[in-house]
Design a protein around this ligand. Structure first.
Ligand SMILES: Nc1nc2c(ncn2[C@@H]2O[C@H](COP(=O)(O)OP(=O)(O)OP(=O)(O)O)[C@@H](O)[C@H]2O)c(=O)[nH]1
Ligand SMILES: [Mg+2]
Length: 223
């Protein structure tokens, strides 16, 4: 057997992601890739963000899910353009499906695009989808050991949003350990504690996105 073409899928994904980043840059758009376990609070964070920032930023969301339009329906009331991607089994988004989603938007009318990746703490971190920054969303319910057990995402993330802090009194989540592990593998990471239920910390998250163009804000805050 003679193999004429052997293409590394990860390389092909990366090349496409670089093209997407360049295209977004032409439009001065920042794209943030939200990654976290099922139920960590990615959609809840988007709900809060859209309700606070939609008058100030022209935002859109690429809503990734294995099946259903449940999350897209939750975000519909905020009147932000939504492109839904159902992977029908795949545990992460790839740049080729993000490209199709981007084609659904009028990029001239956007400043900020969120990608809600498939609920999964492992695979989405391996695939560049053309984002400017990866944002890890972890809820305190998942435990303080997740940084060392699933290091890739926490190493790659520019920001870690620690969600559900309203539940801390009922859990044995060790904040000091979580911070120490995170700083060890990613010294520049910015950590934001929030509760999407009580709203605590959500202003700080929005303020960070607001202070100027998100690309500048995040780059500054992680240096
Ligand atoms: N107590 C508490 N519950 C929260 C908080 N944020 C989200 N939840 C709840 O956690 C559940 C999961 O939240 P989602 O926002 O759907 O999580 P997700 O990360 O989008 O989940 P997938 O899309 O399935 O990966 C929902 O019932 C939320 O109401 C929080 O800060 N505190
Ligand atoms: Mg969701």
């Amino acid at each position: 057997m003679e193999i004429l073409i052997k293409q590394d899928l990860l390389i092909a994904n990366e090349e496409k992601a670089n093209d997407l980043r360049a295209r977004l840059k032409q439009h001065n758009i920042c794209m943030l890739n939200l990654i976290g376990s099922p139920g960590a609070g990615k959609t809840s964070l988007l709900e809060k963000t859209f309700s606070i920032l939609r008058q100030r930023y022209r935002m859109a969301v690429i809503e990734g899910d294995v099946e259903t339009d449940e999350d897209a329906k939750r975000l519909a009331p905020y009147q932000v353009p939504i492109a839904m991607v159902n992977t029908h089994g795949a545990c992460h988004l790839e740049s080729v499906s993000v490209e199709k989603a981007l084609n659904a938007f009028d990029l001239k009318k956007l400043d900020l695009i969120f990608v809600e990746n498939i609920g999964n703490l492992v695979c989405p971190a391996e695939f560049d989808v053309g984002e400017n920054f990866k944002i890890a969303v972890l809820s305190v319910c998942e435990g303080d050991d997740k940084v060392i057990k699933y290091p890739l995402l926490f190493r790659e993330a520019s920001i870690v949003v620690l969600n559900k802090i309203d539940l801390l009194p009922y859990l044995n989540f060790n904040r000091a350990r979580f911070y120490a592990d995170l700083k060890k593998i990613n010294p520049k990471v910015k950590i934001l504690e929030v509760s999407c239920t009580t709203g605590e910390g959500v202003d700080a998250w929005c303020q960070m996105l607001l202070s100027s163009h998100p690309i500048n804000v995040i780059v500054t805050s992680v240096q």
